[in-house]
Design a protein around this ligand. Sequence first.
Ligand code: B16
Ligand code: MG
Length: 217
Amino acid sequence: MNIKACIFDLDGVIVDTAVYHFKAWQGIASSLGFDFTHDMNEKLKGISRIDSLNMMLNMANIHKTDQEKDELCKVKNTYYQDSLNNINESAILPGITQLLETLESRRIKIALGSASKNAIKVLELIGLKENFEIIVDGNGVTRSKPDPEVFLNGAEGLGVQPNESIVFEDSLKGLEAAISGGFRTVGIGTAENLPLAEVVYGNLSGITFDDILAALN
Ligand code: B16
Ligand code: MG
């Protein structure tokens, strides 16, 4: 195995913002008169804003026009951006800072592969923007995860092959994207929620890069 790069998802892998997406969607659901549960949220993780809204409306059997959907997406993003006021480097998830330092010292390339259009703002707020050589986010892709576009663009930008790169993901849709693109995979979460990952960690606290390489071998 010759790993040359790591490509990280943002929300739920680098930073603890998945809960803010969840709360923002809960606000939208409650304005539409239904409860949005954790189980429903798990299905939305990793996909674009509009795809998330469409999935949520389908779950609740609610029909909206394209214009109404556009408005609901704007309101959801306002809720989400309001909660970003609380974000600073303390929201970086356990083990991430240490792992990024190790990767840099071992000259392993680092990219971001996120569905979020707020990715750069979040990276700036937590002070990690400069750690990423390539940032591919929701503004730079045309197809949402589980399409591999976001990760393939990241690998291409870094000049590495997918099978030389590890994708770190907290969502099933993101893992599907990584696998169909031919990447190695690390899941962040539970094996129950992320059965497709080659290895799953609850978080990366105390997990070294060598631990990860050994687990993928
Ligand atoms: P935005 P990731 C994803 O980010 C989130 O998991 C998902 O919940 C969110 O709907 C999506 O970004 C779009 O985010 O509304 O900020 O453009 O996990 O791919 O880093
Ligand atoms: Mg995520």
